[in-house]
Design a protein around this ligand. Structure first.
Ligand code: NOJ
Length: 756
């Protein structure tokens, strides 16, 4: 029992604790450092290494020995355990039975909600509404913390420009500026004002870095990115997370330029710690250190442990190589005491800041009062409304009237399937309490209308998902034919058809990349059959990635992208369809015409031949080079006009600030939101610059006839870039174009100069 009785007085000094035991005011850096130093002095090498080990609580065979290891102090963290009782049980072992009684930090993937599930992260980015995103992640944190989780493996900050990649849904899309705004909002939402804010959790910026650029969109595949791409595109959201005070990072799995991210000294030391000054800790991805063998990088597990450790991975998630090797490697002098202490220090600091020493346990009786409160449900509904993107609305078909007596068919595999509203990383969500589209429409219209549903199609992945429970038993041919015919018959006898099509939850997420963007199953055929009936058809998309909408965009009058919208998805979609909410989301990704155009993103460089030239341009001879819908695009039930673009001065000095403002007017008959976007282009420089770059946005609400002035400031951050010619950040005295409007094809143009 050496240690605890000695350290208690030191440990509690100066901390004001809230009722939950979390710190009501943050301890000073000095206090935290003092407590860590005192602990380190008492720790054996084994105990130090123990803090670097994250033990699995489920899924892998090693989880059977978790309790035994904790008793010996050979684990600092546990992941994949759900339920307060189970977590408390483990904590009791660590705090009650291990020598130094250091509490465990419990981690889990709380990505877009805990019990109460928000729209998938890409959808949240489509809201272009950082304050909403912050509130949503604060609600997720509140639920997770009440459920005993201290640390979420989120936000996912991977820029992705390939919709075949299944994990596109976990990030904020293709753009670094939007991605950085979403990063800051999520870190603030999860962590609160400081690490240890009551009711909040530690955030983890992942997957560092470049994961979204895997070759061919295949998950885990190699990534080759130049420094230009890394610094200008893939790293900015991560740096924004550091600036927002994120407490931890997770390294990515894949090779970055032939060096696995888990053991990548350049990323984990040179960029993250040396250049950005990150002082938190890095955890590997699950089994990531052990995987260095599979990747053809490490010689054996000891080599893997040493390389992961030396590169800057503080904590190893689940693969056990640190536990097997680090003590011996330290004994052999391959790891110094200083190196070991440096690795342990930020982990202990996080535990202190989170208040875990003072209050390691979670109140088992309080959980249900926090999960899925009416306020959280309402926030989820608003989030789903605000993240939907209206892609087409010919002749104002939407919003639909609520006139009683109409017969409405809600048809398709997404119409009445709760699992698909929730999607990946919603494992604590409750499908039984999730509102489907059919239920939302039915409940909105009440007894006055006849709302009927037909599933029509059974979809399956060709290669089943690795996640248990994600595949249902496929229909027989006879069942499939019958269901399809029933849906067609339902459409025939209805006045209005809502087609709910898209993708299964298991078709996106980890290990869920796909080669094509076509609608899975017979959905396209069904859409064409129903559309040919000449009745009003509204297409609601529930999906994780852009799908081929070329035909639909010419033949289906109204298309609403709802993504995987979460627990209240069906209600939110009904609100939007019937005008109780007005769509205002915008695409966070460029929407290709089909997979052959990938990669396609708005911020591409110019070529030597203008795109308008008659010949020898870079466009395909058999297809347009333009996307179906540009980045930033989305319609409303009203219209907006932009005018009076003003630049305070025509030129700005290097390092100075330029103010830009524009008047935006609601020219329609209903209130609506517009996301005002500002793009710039540097005309010449030490390196070629993209044709456009997003450098400002604001989502505003406008009443009919109302005009608002929106202002942006362009300063050094917005006007600098990483130049491959100079090998560093530059701001150059050059001429710039500037556009303001409602998407990346905005036409209201201005120009300015940066001068010496
Ligand atoms: C693997 C995933 O890549 C990562 O995002 C997740 O946080 C871990 N597993 C833990 O579940």
């Amino acid at each position: 029992m050496q240690g605890w009785s000695l350290t208690v007085p030191v440990l509690v000094v100066g901390l004001a604790l809230s009722a939950s035991g979390q710190t009501a005011t943050p301890p000073s850096g000095q206090q935290v450092a003092g407590r860590v130093a005192s602990l380190l002095k008492q720790m054996t090498v084994e105990e130090k290494v123990g803090q670097l080990i994250q033990l699995p609580g489920a899924y892998v065979p090693e989880s059977a020995q978790t309790e035994e290891r904790l008793r010996k102090g050979l684990g600092g963290s546990v992941l994949w355990v759900r339920g307060v009782a189970a977590l408390n049980k483990l904590q009791r072992i660590a705090v009650g039975e291990s020598r130094l009684r250091i509490p465990l930090i419990f981690g889990l993937d709380v990505i877009h909600g805990y019990r109460n599930i928000f729209p998938m992260p890409l959808a949240m980015a489509a809201s272009w509404d950082p304050p909403l995103v912050e509130r949503a992640q604060a609600a997720a944190a509140r639920e997770a913390r009440a459920a005993g989780i201290h640390w979420t493996f989120a936000p996912n900050l991977d820029i992705a420009r390939d919709p075949r990649w299944g994990r596109l849904i976990e990030g904020a899309g293709e753009d670094p500026f939007l991605g950085a705004a979403m990063a800051r909002a999520q870190v603030r939402g999860f962590q609160g004002a400081y690490v240890g804010s009551p009711g909040h959790v530690l955030a983890c910026a992942k997957h560092f870095a470049g994961y979204g650029a895997s070759e061919g969109g295949r998950d885990y595949d190699s990534v080759y990115l130049s420094d230009t791409q890394l610094y200008n595109v893939y790293l900015p959201p991560f740096q924004a997370a550091v600036d927002a005070g994120v407490g931890s990072f997770m390294s990515a799995y894949m090779d970055l330029n032939d060096v696995p991210a888990t053991a990548n000294h350049f990323l984990l030391r040179k960029v993250l710690r040396d250049a950005w000054g990150f002082r938190g800790f890095v955890v590997s991805d699950a089994l990531g250190v052990g995987n260095l063998l599979n990747q053809g990088y490490a010689r054996d597990r000891a080599d893997a442990a040493l390389r992961g450790f030396k590169a800057g991975t503080n904590m190893e998630m689940a693969s056990g190589t640190y536990g097997e090797n680090l003590v011996r490697l330290a004994g052999e002098g391959k790891i110094s005491t200083a190196e070991l202490d440096d690795a342990v220090r930020p982990i202990l600091e996080a535990k202190i800041r989170l208040g875990l020493f003072e209050n390691p346990y979670t109140d088992e009786t309080a959980v249900e009062t926090v999960l899925e409160t009416p306020e959280h449900r309402q926030l989820t509904r608003v989030a789903a409304q605000r993240s939907a993107v209206l892609l087409r609305n010919e002749k104002g078909l939407l919003p639909l009237s609520k006139t009683a007596g109409r017969s409405i068919a809600v048809i398709g595999p997404m119409a009445h399937n709760a699992d698909n509203m929730l999607t990946d990383w919603a494992r604590q969500g409750d499908p039984k309490r999730t509102v489907t589209i059919y239920e939302g429409v039915r409940d909105k219209l009440g007894a006055g209308a006849r709302v009927e549903y037909a599933q029509a199609i059974d979809m399956q992945r060709k290669y089943p998902s690795m996640f248990p429970g994600s595949a249902s038993k496929p229909w027989t041919q006879a069942q499939a034919d019958k269901a399809y015919a029933e849906a067609v018959a339902l459409a025939k006898r209805s006045d209005l058809i809502i087609m709910a099509l898209g993708e299964l939850a298991s078709m996106s997420g980890e290990g869920a990349s796909q080669s094509s963007l076509e609608f899975p199953g017979r959905q396209q055929e069904l859409l064409e059959t129903v559309s040919a009936m000449g009745k009003p058809v509204v297409l609601v998309l529930v999906n994780g990635r852009p799908l081929n909408l070329v035909w639909a965009s010419m033949h289906v009058p109204a298309i609403l992208e709802a993504w995987h919208p979460g627990s209240e998805g069906g209600n939110a979609i009904a609100d939007l369809l019937f005008g109780d909410a007005v769509p205002g989301g915008k695409l966070p990704v460029t929407w290709p015409r089909h997979a052959g155009q990938i990669p396609i993103y708005y911020a591409h460089n110019l070529t030597h031949q203008p795109e308008t030239a008659p010949n020898f341009t870079s466009r395909y001879w058999d297809e347009s080079s333009f996307p179906l819908f540009p980045f930033g695009y989305g319609l409303s039930y009203t219209t907006f006009s932009y005018s009076n673009l003003r630049l305070k001065q025509p030129q700005v000095k290097l390092g100075g600030k330029l103010e830009v403002s524009v008047d935006v007017r609601n020219t329609g008959k209903v209130a609506g939101d517009e996301v005002v976007q500002l793009y710039i282009h540097q005309r010449a420089g030490s390196a070629s610059r993209p044709v456009r770059l997003l450098k400002g946005f604001e989502r505003i609400a406008l009443a009919p006839g109302e005009t608002k002035t929106v202002s942006f400031v362009l300063g050094k951050d917005e006007l600098s870039y990483w130049s491959s010619a100079t090998g560093g950040w530059v701001q150059e005295a050059e001429a710039f174009d500037l556009w303001v409007g409602g998407d990346s094809a905005a036409r209201l143009h201005g120009e300015f100069r940066v001068v010496e």
